[in-house]
Each structure stands twice: as structure tokens, then as C-alpha cells.
Design a binder for this molecule. Structure first.
Ligand SMILES: [Zn+2]
Ligand SMILES: [Zn+2]
Length: 334
């Protein structure tokens, strides 16, 4: 039984080394892939922001001329087809609308900015024909806005304000149907760029990235689950509170392992086969070889530099355990 446990422990050790190597390697690969992906996303975001800023500059210096509309087209190529770009004056009148699907046609909008000073970051685009309200939350940190699409029936424009207030109180963000991202700029103009979540192919995780990630996590979980078993078996061999150390390692993993390795009793190993021995063992329980010198008359355990047995007086003549094994044909394993 002990021998079986020992080979199980040895197998486990190999398994644990492989698992930790696989886990570290896969997670490193995955982290590198993740960081290059983030870089790509950041690059795209920068491009989009630059494109938007170009539109703002064009509007400021040239007004809404052909060059501005050319910038708008370039910008929309960056953010993807499924996007809208709306230019209004400060009163909210729509001056230009590049529309692609999920927003109503030009002139059907009413854009309300800061309808309530309590919510200075909120703006609304409303379409009375479709009974749709788009709520925009301005994000000042990167000159962007988050658009939240609502559907809500309302009667006439006089009651719009009440509807907004009503929704503000009773609709939580969890009820939003879609999340869009947009930028807004204001220099006498209000420009709304609204699009569904941007999803370029670069944004997607590649298969090998996902594979490395799941292999790494799986190896880590297996490592976590197997480590306490190894500690339990090792502590059991040393007769050193195996259940306690097993549980401690199950909870704290590597921390528990390190504390265990540092504090476990250093048992002697067999000179012949290398197996771990109990301090009381005279003969190795695995290979039968003698690991302590004993007197061959009275079987007293002898210390290294003794010249005679203190019990029976028999002289010791530098006998080595291996020689003794052959001479006496040790068949009396404990
Ligand atoms: Zn041995
Ligand atoms: Zn003796």
C-alpha cells in the first residue's frame, strides 16, 4: 500500500511540474496576445478620435461644406457601416445626418442637451414618429458619449420633458436594449457619432489566443487541485499531520506548499534506493537494505564512530551496511 502511494506521489510530482510549465507557458502566450490585441484596439480608437476631431475642425473653419462631408465619409469608414453621424446646431436642429439603419431620417430628430441641470452629462435624441428615444450619456474623459437606446411611447413634444424625467426614475440601465458608443463635440455645432459596438476583425480573439488561454486556465485549475494531494501523500509518508497540510494547501495552494516544504521534518532517505525513511527505521521498508549500523550479536543500534558495541562489547571493524547485508543475508525485514 505504501509503495503504491509512493509511486502515486512520484507520478503526481511529474504531473505537477508538467502542469505548472504548461500553465505558465500558455498564460504567458495568452497575455502577450491580449496585449497586442489591446494595442490594436487602442490604435483604432485613436484613429476614430482623430477622424472625429478632423470633422470638428472642418466644421469650425469651413462650415458644412464638401470637404467636411468628405471627412465625415472617411470617419464613417473607420467606425464601420452601421453608424450614424448627426450634426445639429445648438438649438438641436438637425443640419446634417448620415444615417445607416438604426436612426430615423433627417428632420425627424429633436435633440435635447442638458434638459435637466441635475444630469449635466445627459443628452437625448428623440424621434416622435417612431416613438423612440435615444439617451446619450456624455463621457468627458475621452470626449465621447455612450448612447443608450430606449423605446418609449409619448404623446407630443410638450410632454417630452416629463417622459424623460419619468424614464430617468423608473428605467434602470439594465433595461437598455442596446449600447452604442459615440463622440460628441461642440463648437457652435453639436456632432453626434453613433454606432453599434465597433467590431473589426482585429478586435476578435483569434482561435490560438483563446486556446492558449483555456489550456493555461485548465492546467492551473488541475495544478491547484492536485497539489494538496501531493502534499497530503508527502506528509503522510513523514507522519506529519497529512490531513491538516492537505487542507491548508487546498486553500492557499503554493503558499501552503512553501510553508509545508520549509517546516516538514527532514526524514532520512535510504542509502540504497533513495526512499524516504522513518527516523526509527533500521532497514529500508522498500528495498530491505540496512540504513543504520547494528551490532550483529545483540542488535543494538550503533553510532558512527563507535569501535565496540556498548551493550555486548563486540568489536566493530568498519563494517559497511552493504557488506553486512550480503554476509548476514538479511531476511528479517521489519
Ligand atoms: Zn531502500
Ligand atoms: Zn552488541
Amino acid at each position: 500500500m505504501t509503495r503504491k502511494l509512493n509511486s502515486l506521489q512520484k507520478g503526481l510530482r511529474v504531473f505537477l511540474i508538467i502542469l505548472s510549465a504548461v500553465s505558465v507557458l500558455s498564460l504567458t502566450v495568452s497575455a502577450i496576445a491580449e496585449s497586442s490585441r489591446n494595442k490594436k484596439i487602442q490604435n483604432d480608437r485613436d484613429k476614430i478620435r482623430k477622424g472625429f476631431e478632423t470633422i470638428l475642425e472642418q466644421l469650425e473653419f469651413n462650415g458644412l461644406n464638401d470637404a467636411t462631408i468628405e471627412s465625415v465619409k472617411k470617419y464613417r469608414e473607420l467606425v464601420g457601416d452601421y453608424s450614424n453621424l448627426i450634426v445639429t446646431d445648438n438649438a438641436g436642429k438637425v443640419l446634417y445626418n448620415a444615417n445607416n439603419g438604426f436612426m430615423p431620417e433627417t428632420d425627424q430628430f429633436i435633440v435635447l442637451i442638458n434638459p435637466d441641470s441635475l444630469y449635466p452629462n445627459d443628452a437625448y435624441i428623440l424621434d416622435s414618429k417612431l416613438n423612440v428615444r435615444y439617451k446619450i450619456i456624455l463621457n468627458r474623459t475621452y470626449n465621447g458619449v455612450k448612447l443608450v437606446e430606449y423605446s418609449k411611447i409619448y404623446q407630443d413634444n410638450q410632454k417630452l420633458y416629463d417622459v424623460i424625467r419619468y424614464n430617468e426614475i423608473f428605467l434602470s440601465d439594465t433595461m437598455d436594449k442596446n449600447m452604442h458608443y459615440a463622440y460628441i463635440g461642440s463648437k457652435g455645432w453639436n456632432v453626434y457619432s453613433i454606432q453599434k459596438n465597433i467590431s473589426y476583425s482585429d478586435y476578435n480573439y483569434s482561435n490560438w489566443h483563446l486556446a492558449a488561454n483555456s489550456i493555461g486556465i485548465t492546467a492551473f485549475v488541475l495544478f491547484w487541485l492536485s497539489l494538496p494531494i501531493w502534499v497530503f501523500l508527502d506528509a503522510k509518508r513523514r507522519n506529519h499531520m497529512p490531513a491538516l497540510w492537505g487542507i491548508l494547501t487546498a486553500v492557499t495552494n503554493i503558499v501552503g506548499l512553501i510553508i509545508y516544504i520549509l517546516t516538514r521534518p527532514e526524514n532520512p532517505t535510504c542509502k540504497s534506493c533513495g526512499e524516504l525513511l522513518n527516523t526509527k527505521h533500521i532497514y529500508c521498508p522498500y528495498c530491505g537494505s540496512e540504513n543504520k549500523q547494528i551490532c550483529h550479536s545483540c542488535r543494538t543500534v550503533l553510532e558512527k564512530n563507535w569501535l565496540a558495541c556498548p551493550n555486548c562489547g563486540r568489536k566493530i571493524e568498519g563494517e559497511r551496511p552493504e557488506t553486512l547485508l550480503i554476509v548476514d543475508g538479511m531476511d528479517n525485514n521489519p
